[in-house]
Ligand binder design. Structure first.
Ligand code: FUL
Length: 481
């Protein structure tokens, strides 16, 4: 009897262990379209319009269509460069504040159709679609809500105009991954000849919910960006800086595009009731549009790498603007810097040291959620602990003394964003020494620290909204330091 009884207990507890189910989701969760967006990480912004030819940043709206005349227009060059740079998509200013449309819109005369470029038969959006398809890139559109050209701007009629244009863009150019709604509204403009200042109420004028509905209907897989989402939020600055504390969560109903929310947008809201992650938009040059006098002020590859750490490394996507010049080409200086940035980025993350290495945790929820899941290279497996445990640690055993100076950590965000405080330490001469510490993790953080020689690296999560769920940890020895 006794002999039978003991194995039965073991069997029962083994079975319980094996069948421990996944934790319940915690808080707001990302949609499938947002999950796909997170994985985009790094893509190109293209600012191109009459400003490229007039030298302005904000066209007044009275520019003649003939001004737009790129001499060597080639969207394939943009796409090839984006691909070679390691980017996954391109978002284009289909219409900037000046109101000039890069596609032959049926709703205005102020577009490429009345330019001399290709005798009015050109369509930048069509060219870009073909180029993106050829190079395996996703495509996104920016359609400025502020329009300084059109007479009806400021009236309800404009909203119909704006939605008609959105309808054209979202039905004529294939799958769109992101629709970009700018919050800028400056006031003065041409407005069909009125040449006056028009003020609108950012909060109410655009009736955003109706526009959002239209986008959802026409392109259900597209995310919508604005200061306040609904799917992706502005990071609150244009200098390339993601916030160190960065919740993918937002009380988005309290905010609206163009409102004064820069500080909130950096961190998001820990108690936000929607998943609205941050996107860092920044230009490779001082301006958003091409100006020859800025040719000497293109960001260096090293500077771009810093931007990468302060955006992708801080749980944000990086939307990097590379403005085409008057030829309609990305300028040689920008291309050179961009491609060199790819090289140094690849060198930075060349040697992943944790992959396949053993890991041990302070506790484990069950067999399916073991510590080793963080080093198995599979984004669908994760380490987690029992419900109610909001502090835990996990140690990666590198097997031998190894130099390390970067750590990459990812939460399994399908179950929500949880971690509020963590630290990373290394075992050195029998003692745990601090390497780095932080607050939020989310989709991804990458942290730098001075090179250390160690055989073990430990991540300790000291505060978490619910049991932490970590899908991936990577360690690197980047050159230098
Ligand atoms: C701002 C605009 O005013 C700039 O011209 C640029 O398009 C930038 C991305 O957004 O709000």
């Amino acid at each position: 009897m006794r002999k039978l009884f003991i194995p039965a207990i073991i069997l029962i507890s083994l079975a319980a262990c094996r069948h421990a189910g996944p934790p319940e989701p915690y808080g707001p969760l990302p949609s499938e379209r947002q999950l796909a967006w997170h994985e985009m990480e790094y893509y190109m912004f293209v600012h191109f319009t009459v400003n490229t030819f007039t030298g302005k940043e904000w066209g007044y709206g009275d520019e003649g269509e003939s001004v737009f005349n790129p001499s060597e227009m080639d969207c394939r060059q943009w796409a090839r460069v984006a691909k070679d740079a390691g980017m996954k998509g391109i978002i284009i200013t289909a219409k900037h504040h000046d109101g000039f449309c890069l596609w032959p819109s049926d709703y205005t005369e102020h577009s490429v159709k009345n330019s001399v470029w290709r005798n009015g038969k050109g369509d930048v959006l069509r060219d870009l679609r073909e180029a993106c398809d050829e190079f395996g890139l996703k495509m996104g559109v920016y359609l400025s809500p502020w329009d300084r050209n059109i007479a009806v701007y400021g009236t309800p009629e404009y909203l119909e105009y704006y939605r008609n244009q959105l309808h054209e863009l979202l039905t004529s150019y294939g799958d769109i991954f992101e629709v970009w709604f700018d919050g800028a509204n400056g006031g003065s403009g041409y407005y069909g000849g009125a040449r006056e200042t028009r003020r609108i109420d950012n909060k109410t004028y655009y009736d955003w919910p109706k526009t959002h509905e239209l986008v959802r209907k026409l392109q259900p897989d597209a995310v919508m960006f604005s200061d306040a989402g609904p799917d992706v939020r502005w990071v609150g600055n244009e200098s390339g800086m993601g916030s160190l504390t960065n919740w993918c969560l937002l009380r988005r109903d309290e905010l609206w595009p163009g409102g004064d929310f820069a500080r909130i947008l950096g961190e998001g809201h820990e108690d936000g009731n929607y998943w609205v992650p941050a996107e860092v938009d920044v230009s490779i040059r001082p301006g958003w549009f091409y100006h020859p006098e800025e040719d000497s002020r293109v960001r260096s590859p090293e500077n771009l790498l810093e931007l990468y750490y302060s955006s992708v490394g801080r749980n944000s996507n990086l939307l990097l603007n590379i403005p085409p010049d008057k030829r309609g080409l990305l300028h040689e200086k920008d291309v050179e810097s961009l491609l060199a940035f790819r090289k140094i980025r690849e060198r930075e993350f060349e040697n992943e040291l944790a992959g396949g290495k053993a890991a041990r945790a302070s506790s484990v929820r069950g067999r399916d959620f073991k510590a080793g899941n963080v080093t198995d290279g599979n984004p669908d497996t994760y380490w987690t602990v029992k419900d109610g445990q909001t502090a835990a640690d996990i140690t990666i055993d590198l097997g031998q003394e190894t130099e390390v100076n970067r750590i990459l950590i990812q939460e399994y965000i399908r179950l929500g964003q949880r971690v509020r405080e963590y630290k990373v330490e290394a075992l050195s001469d029998g003692e745990w020494i601090p390497l780095t510490e932080g607050t939020t993790i989310g989709y991804k953080v990458i942290r730098k620290f001075p090179t250390v020689r160690t055989s073990r690296v430990r991540l300790t999560i000291s505060k978490s909204g619910a049991c932490p769920v970590i899908s991936n940890i990577e360690l690197y020895r980047a050159p230098g330091e």
